[in-house]
Design a binder for this molecule. Structure first.
Ligand code: FES
Length: 157
């Protein structure tokens, strides 16, 4: 009985994984199963937090050294594609200066992952907008010399 159940669950999982690879591609699937840079960061230099129209929230944390991103991470309570896109947004920001980060758009993220189905494209927009928010707040905070950039609850998407 238990063996049958285990077998059934294994087949079900394999089918879900196969369907996900078919719909989202191997690259997105791998990143969803093993997302990079998915963790909060204490005292980031740049911080963005946006809740998209879908109701999912993304946070992006940036640390800068010598004007370039030395550490980047993200968190989200969103869907699988939002995990993939947040992970890529953090990865794409690494080693870049603010102006270079501002060139990272939802299209950049989508190209990097090899595209997403139409219904998931807005997840890349959420990641790109949150990254933009993080870098803009870093730049603004640097210009005004204010600390404590974390803690505001921004909405958009
Ligand atoms: Fe909300 Fe993907 S459905 S970010």
């Amino acid at each position: 009985m238990s063996d049958n159940l285990d077998e059934f669950l294994k087949e079900l999982q394999d089918k879900i994984f196969d369907d996900t690879i078919r719909d989202y591609g191997q690259k997105a699937f791998d990143r969803w199963r093993n997302p990079l840079h998915m963790h909060p960061m204490e005292n980031p230099d740049g911080y963005g937090r946006i809740t998209g129209p879908c109701g999912d929230t993304m946070e992006i944390f940036l640390r800068f050294e010598k004007g370039k991103v030395s550490k980047a991470s993200f968190q989200t309570d969103g869907c699988g594609p939002s995990i993939v896109c947040g992970s890529l947004a953090a990865e794409l920001a690494l080693g870049k200066q603010p102006d270079e980060i501002r060139k990272i758009t939802n299209e950049t993220i989508l190209e990097t992952i090899g595209g997403l189905p139409e219904e998931s494209r807005h997840c890349a927009l959420l990641a790109a907008n949150t990254l933009r928010e993080a870098v803009d707040r870093y730049t603004k905070q640097k210009a005004t010399g204010k600390d404590n950039i974390q803690g505001n609850n921004l909405h958009g998407g």
